[in-house]
Ligand binder design. Structure first.
Ligand code: GDP
Ligand code: IMO
Ligand code: MG
Length: 432
């Protein structure tokens, strides 16, 4: 039995969806434990592309149990759309296949308006560049203890009462502060009662179900969203998302005990990308950055925004290993680096005359921060066909080896293309 957590090590979009899909073959149960439909996880199976925002990527395997646990925030319309889309692909999502936690909080229409209003009201340079999906306001209400849970939806009276209370305050904020129109209680109530009817068969106690699975010897895969530098506590605050993205939250976010975790896989893109605003020390503003963006197809899977691109940042990679307890790295998109004559790896930063080996806490420090680079040789060969380490050019192997040395973590998976088969699997955490 093995229970494995998969997390992003950078600013999201590292290729988590692909690796989760790949490893799901060896898992029995797959859990999304945080974030919401700000996530966009892309899988390419038999040449067909799927993008998941809420449902665990494991849903493509018909025999696997999928879970959306308490740490996730749910926009019911998005969830239902995703289910319909899957049904359209001949993959009906039934209550036998998907269990959703009654404790997961609901993204309400006023959360999305609040997200938009808040972003619009921030001055240039202070905007977060959110996905506009209402994520921050929803988690905010959860912490303020006036959020509405999925389970509340199944109790009509409780839902109406909570909605009434929330709407009073939100209407004031939306109209007076943001100059927006407040949504009407009756309209939201009717809309959400429709969702209640459709979602009721899927709602239950995820923690209990996972515990039963664990006791029965099932292998559980926890699918993280976003990335370590977007973590609300450990990321480049305030330019972060509103949940804990680190591995520890796989437990809190699903009601699963940490002692039962066997491995943590950190997904590390062979270079770095970021969507939205905020510090990005190794960002490239030149032709190389454009090449990575084009060759890597670096457009947001959720918002379609162009992703900012830069060199691999070893400081961030080391930090991710520490913050998540990463046991194995999955290095993705190595193929995108083919053709670069020379590669750079940031090994520390210089800021205000000091050398930094960890991400600074004070956001202003980033204004004067310069990465210290180590140069590595590039390779010209295309590598998407590679099935084992020996199929890689020596310089690509040396790049991987240097990452392993620098992070003191083995690369157990190397991804050389978006397809399931375009992978070098060196160690399977579910087996060894
Ligand atoms: P996620 O949010 O971490 O799941 O990542 P995204 O799906 O948002 O972005 C990763 C993109 O890279 C997707 O379009 C994937 O299909 C693609 N991808 C994943 N692994 C590889 C790889 O090794 N090589 C290439 N070229 N593309 C990859
Ligand atoms: P996956 O799971 C990349 C970024 C947004 C913004 C910040 C806050 O696909 O890796 P939010 O809407 O969460 O309040 O926005 O976080 N962001 C992501 N960037 N990948 C993601 O998810 C992201 N989810 C949120 O761009 O900068
Ligand atoms: Mg993504």
């Amino acid at each position: 039995m093995a229970n494995v957590i998969i997390v992003g090590t950078q600013w999201g979009d590292e290729g988590k969806g692909k690796i989760v899909d790949l490893l799901t073959e060896h898992a029995d149960l797959v859990v999304r434990f945080q974030g919401g439909n700000n996530a966009g996880h892309t899988l390419v199976v038999d040449g067909k592309q799927y993008v998941f925002h809420l449902i665990p990527s494991g849903i493509l395997y018909e025999s696997k149990g999928c879970f959306i646990s308490n740490g996730v925030v749910i926009d019911p319309q998005v969830l239902l759309n995703e289910m319909e889309e899957l049904a359209g692909h001949g993959l009906p999502v039934t209550p036998e296949r998907l269990l959703i936690s009654e404790r997961a909080h609901l993204i309400m229409p006023y959360h999305k308006l609040q997200d938009a209003g808040s972003e619009a009201s921030l001055a240039a340079g202070r905007k977060i560049g959110t996905t506009g999906r209402g994520i921050g306001p929803c988690y905010g209400d959860k912490v303020l203890r006036h959020g509405i849970k999925l389970g509340d939806l199944l109790d009509r009276e409780l839902f109406r009462e909570k909605l009434g209370q929330c709407l009073e305050e939100k209407s004031f904020l939306l109209t007076k502060r943001y100059g927006l129109e407040a949504p009407k209680l009756e309209a939201i109530y009717d809309e959400f009662m429709g969702y209640a009817e459709r979602l009721a068969p899927f709602v239950g106690n995820v923690s209990l179900a996972l515990d039963r699975g664990r006791r029965a010897g099932k292998h559980i895969l926890f699918e993280g969203a976003q990335g370590t530098q977007l973590d609300i506590d450990h990321g480049t605050y305030p330019f972060v998302t509103s949940s804990n993205t680190v591995a520890g939250n796989a437990c809190t976010g699903s009601g699963f005990g940490p002692a039962h975790i066997d491995a943590v896989i950190g997904i590390l893109k062979a270079y770095t990308t970021r969507v939205g605003e905020g510090p990005f020390p190794t960002e490239l503003f030149d032709a190389t950055g454009d090449q990575l963006q084009r060759k890597g197809g670096e457009f947001g899977a959720t918002t379609g925004r162009k992703r900012r691109c830069g060199w691999l940042d070893g400081v961030i990679a080391r930090e991710a290993v520490r913050l998540n307890g990463i046991t194995d790295l999955a290095i993705t998109k190595l193929d995108v680096l083919s053709g670069q004559p020379e590669l750079q790896l940031a090994t520390s930063y210089q800021a205000d005359g000091a050398t930094l080996e960890a991400m600074p806490n004070n956001i202003k420090t980033y204004d004067n921060l310069k990465p210290v680079y180590e140069k590595l040789a590039g390779w010209s060969e295309e590598i998407r066909h590679a099935k084992c380490l020996d199929d890689l050019p020596a310089k690509a192997r040396a790049y991987v080896k240097r990452i392993e040395e620098f992070t003191e973590t083995p690369a157990s998976i190397i991804s050389v293309g978006p397809g399931r088969e375009e992978t070098i699997l060196l160690r399977n955490p579910f087996i060894s």
